[in-house]
Design a protein around this ligand. Sequence first.
Ligand code: NAI
Ligand code: MG
Length: 341
Amino acid sequence: MQVCVISGDGIGPEVLGAAVNVLRAVVPDVELIEAEAGWATFQRLGVALPDTTLTAARAADAVLFGAVASPSHNVPGYRSPIVALRRELDLYANIRPVVGLQIDPTISNRPAATCNLVVVRENTEGLYSGRERLEDGGDTAIAERVITRRASTRIVRAAFDLARSRAVANHAQPKVTIVHKANVLRVSDGLFRTVALDVAAGYPDITTEEMLVDVAAMRLAQHPESFDVVVTTNLFGDILSDVACIHGGGLGLASSANLGEGRALFEPVHGAAPDIVGKGIANPLAAIECVAMLLEWRHLGSAAARVRAAAARVLADGPRTPDLGGASTTADVARAVIERL
Ligand code: NAI
Ligand code: MG
């Protein structure tokens, strides 16, 4: 198995270093191809996603991605390499699971939620279309929100197929919640909603509901246990998955898969975390769960289960990083996971 490793900026190299050690521990003959992308790459080479990285990502069996630090001001020539990678590799489905954290509630400062949900986010268009411009001498900024029948159909199908397979694993009635804002975005989300309901009609065994995005945000915060699979457009999915991840222990434990036809990239949901970079205290468990997701996607289910069991033991017994109330380091946690393996 050949895995392309793109560590990126900030805590990306810290958490992926830990994740790669875990991957090596379970698949000793894995071939790792390091490739670069991100803000530091842009500053050195003038390009955030070099062609060599794209080629390496295409050639590998799967990609592990850390995080990149994208500036919040417009830098000519810079585009977020993760957004570009998703588009270039046509990784149209961003799968973001959240499982209620079962550790001592006093540690995570919140009751252990009984939630088990997945946010399925469209990953190639919407407000991330990259079509932005200034008009009116710079006084008007316009972003185009692109919604297509093709992309909407395939993301909603992915959500319903996932709901069906989860129902088998969870022994529960599957449900898909279609999230949109079609009451205001009548044309763009109007199309998304119409397509979604058409697709839903082909899955009569699955309960379908629709919800406006603002209400969905509140219900995800308040009643995460009432969701199974949530499917939505790009920006809404980005935001809602961060809301939902609170119930799973926060960003330090939130992982995601970016899936296309025969291609996959796995990355923690979090970013470069400039406030803790270099301190060695980033939680590596989100990145380590990405390894489990990668193994599962490669049909190495028992290896994935071993990684998950080891990570769950560490989560329950410690050591823990400061985001979970502990005082341990990234390296302590990674070492503990490997010891339990
Ligand atoms: P962030 O996810 O980097 O950090 C948000 C907060 O969560 C910070 O307080 C951080 O310390 C904490 N945190 C994140 N990951 C953690 C971990 N593994 N362990 C413990 N604490 C963790 O989001 P922020 O601060 O909004 O963005 C920082 C930079 O990252 C920006 O340049 C942004 O563009 C970039 N970013 C990149 C993403 C990616 O590469 N996919 C995703 C989100 C943001
Ligand atoms: Mg995000």
